[in-house]
Write a protein that binds this ligand. Structure first.
Ligand code: S3P
Length: 177
């Protein structure tokens, strides 16, 4: 636990926000930890899809990214009423508006890091779900990931806790208790 922190991540009703690039494991680990610690689990993209009645890819296609970011901010702010929840954010969520400051005020942010080649491997398997890749050729993916990650890293760095891939397992959260 970092110096100066005296609050347990799993008590006090606060929410845990998982942030990190696409493919970093936010949804995967969020579900596992929520089940293990009996917390609620919310996937922000799924929440947006439920609220809009359509897919994230379709929202990007029909209304563009700017509109999606507004819906994302609204969905995030709707988590204010939650307690004891793990919220898996989209890769871009902390990088728009005051979303990151808001999350840091509302609960605990945890950044899951991941290296570009591994991100590439994972997103290539599900690229239809990832509209930011839809207009790129596969040969451009790795450069795009590197550039986007460099642009977003200053936001990710401001998460309260950071976990590397080697630190990810079903008891990762226990180091913050
Ligand atoms: C995005 C990441 C996606 C989704 C949208 C935009 C991003 O979520 O929110 O396609 O800007 O990085 P995942 O990180 O869950 O793939």
């Amino acid at each position: 636990m970092p110096a100066g922190s005296n609050q347990s991540i799993l008590s006090g009703g606060k929410n845990i926000f998982l942030i990190g690039f696409m493919g970093s494991g936010k949804t995967h680990w969020g579900r596992i930890w929520a089940e293990k610690y009996q917390l609620n689990f919310v996937d922000l993209d799924e929440l947006i899809e439920e609220r809009q009645g359509t897919s994230v890819a379709h929202i990007f296609d029909t209304n563009g990214e700017e509109h999606f970011r507004l819906l994302e901010k609204d969905a995030l702010h709707s988590c204010e009423k939650l307690e004891h929840s793990i919220i898996a954010c989209g890769g871009g969520t902390p990088c728009f508006f005051d979303n990151l400051d808001w999350m840091n005020q509302q609960g605990f942010t945890i950044f899951l890091s991941c290296e570009p080649p591994e991100i590439l491997r994972r997103v290539s398997l599900e690229k239809d779900k990832r509209p930011l890749f839809s207009k790129l050729n596969p040969e451009e993916f790795l450069d795009f990931i590197r550039a986007k990650l460099a642009e977003r890293q200053p936001f990710y760095d401001r998460a309260k806790y950071h976990l590397t891939p080697a630190e990810l397992n079903d008891t990762s959260l226990e180091q913050f208790i």
